[in-house]
Design a protein around this ligand. Structure first.
Ligand code: NAD
Length: 261
């Protein structure tokens, strides 16, 4: 990744998936810029950025379009161009990440969709404008609750379904410019966002136990898959939802003997 410049959005702390991805990309020689949401998180993100030698650390709340524009204005001034984008941002009201999907409110439905889905479209458009004629790459993070019902995932599952559809439409929009757009569908990882989902512990334990690999994921494994999707290693791949979930998505039902315990 030497000579490549990328924007990492979604580091909250050293458990964040975006952090795992950033570490891998930096180790491969990429030059990175980070965004952070609000000064409270900034206090955690700035030292992490510093530890990787990241100089550009910019505030951004995707609900505020002026702050989104200002990120790209900064990148335009400082770098002039961008080679890749990592979007690892999601939010929904914790009170609606439990119970029935049917009880989702209109207000939280809209907010969840804007932050967790539409922000990728808005950011992708701006990132593409900064990408060179030789092309570029973008990824977002999704979860299998987009296609199959996971207890309590509710409105976030609906947002992830729309996010995955956005990946395909954006891949089609930008393909002629050599810009590739993909998603990583990650298995459960213990992060701030992950712990907001009702009964998260039980869900994590069930998926780990009943996945073919029978274990959880490391941030390094997610970083490795991101490196593949953002580098020429995946030069022919776009519009894909790439599962990095210990194989859980291929399982229809657990082995009966495993259900007895
Ligand atoms: P995290 O809490 O570390 O990261 C979520 C990030 O979203 C934070 O950095 C937060 O600041 C940012 N964010 C939320 N609202 C924002 C806003 N309005 N403006 C700007 N940033 C905002 O958790 P994570 O698990 O690393 O989440 C990263 C992505 O991975 C999310 O899209 C999440 O849905 C996805 N994902 C997580 C898991 C999991 O089990 N943790 C599994 C699959 C997919």
């Amino acid at each position: 990744m030497k000579g490549k410049r990328g924007l990492i959005m979604g580091v909250a702390n050293d458990h964040s998936i975006a952090w795992g991805i950033a570490k891998t990309l930096a180790a491969q020689g990429a030059e990175l810029a980070f965004t952070y949401q609000g000064e409270a998180l900034g206090k955690r993100v700035k030292p992490l950025a510093q530890s990787l030698g990241v100089e550009l650390v910019i505030p951004c709340d995707v609900e505020d379009i002026a702050s989104v524009d200002s990120v790209f204005e900064t990148l335009r001034k400082k770098w002039g161009q961008l080679d890749f984008l990592v979007h690892a941002i999601a939010f929904s009201d914790k009170n609606e990440l439990k119970g029935r999907y049917a009880d989702t409110t209109r207000e939280n439905f809209s907010r969840t969709m804007v932050i967790s889905c539409f922000s990728f479209t808005e950011l992708a458009k701006r990132a593409a404008e900064l990408m060179p004629a030789s092309g570029g790459a973008m990824i977002t993070l999704t979860y299998g609750g987009s296609t199959r019902v996971m207890p309590n995932y509710n409105v976030m599952g609906v947002a992830k379904a729309a996010l995955e559809a956005s990946v395909r439409y954006l891949a089609a929009d930008f393909g002629s410019r050599g810009i590739r757009v993909n998603a990583i569908s990650a298995g459960p990882v213990r992060t701030l966002a992950g712990s907001g989902i009702g009964d998260a512990r039980a869900m994590f334990a069930f998926q780990q136990k009943h996945s073919p690999l029978g274990r959880g994921l490391t941030l390094d494994e997610l970083g490795g898959s991101a490196l593949y999707l953002l580098s020429e290693l995946s030069g022919g791949v776009t519009g894909e939802i790439h599962y990095v979930d210990s194989g859980y998505n291929i399982i229809s039902m657990p082995r009966p003997e495993d259900l007895k315990n």
